[in-house]
Each structure stands twice: as C-alpha cells, then as structure tokens.
Design a protein around this ligand. Structure first.
Ligand SMILES: [Zn+2]
Ligand SMILES: [Zn+2]
Length: 85
C-alpha cells in the first residue's frame, strides 16, 4: 500500500529524471515521449499517465468490443449506449 501518493510520485520522478523523460514541450506542456499521444500541464499528471495508463491494455471491455482504460469512460459508454457489461 502506498500511504503517501506525493512521495510515491516523487520517487518515480527521481528515478525517471535520470532518463530525462520529462522535458517540457514548446507549448509548455509535458508530452508523453513513450506514446506521443498526449501531453500534460503538470509533470505529476504525466508521471501518473506513464505508470497507470501508457502502454497498458484497456481493462474494461464492453460486450460490443469497445475497450476502455478508465472505468469512468467505460461507465459513460454504458450509460450512453445502454450496452451491458
Ligand atoms: Zn503515453
Ligand atoms: Zn459497448
């Protein structure tokens, strides 16, 4: 269990800084250099993305075959379409 999420992110940041993954883009945001699909205003958001989203298989699969990485998006899909999990 991680008791302090900020400490957790900071540890990751210290590790990752050696790899200089977190460079600010020309627009002042932090682009994900792994997938290149997204960028974040805050470094911690990029770190969260790298560790919980980036390169991960979508965990929520609908009966229609659509896949979602985030439960909230999946729930919205179910609500809108009336599909059954
Ligand atoms: Zn990414
Ligand atoms: Zn569906």
């Amino acid at each position: 269990m991680i008791s302090n999420i900020e400490d957790y992110y900071w540890d990751i940041f210290q590790d990752q800084r050696k790899l200089s993954k977190y460079t600010v883009g020309s627009d002042g945001r932090f682009p994900c250099q792994r997938c290149g699909k997204t960028s974040y205003k805050q470094k911690t958001h990029l770190i969260r993305h790298l560790h919980f989203e980036c390169g991960m298989e979508p965990r929520f699969v609908c009966s229609c075959g659509k896949k979602f990485k985030q439960r909230s998006n999946f729930n919205t899909h179910l609500k809108i379409t009336g599909h059954i999990y």
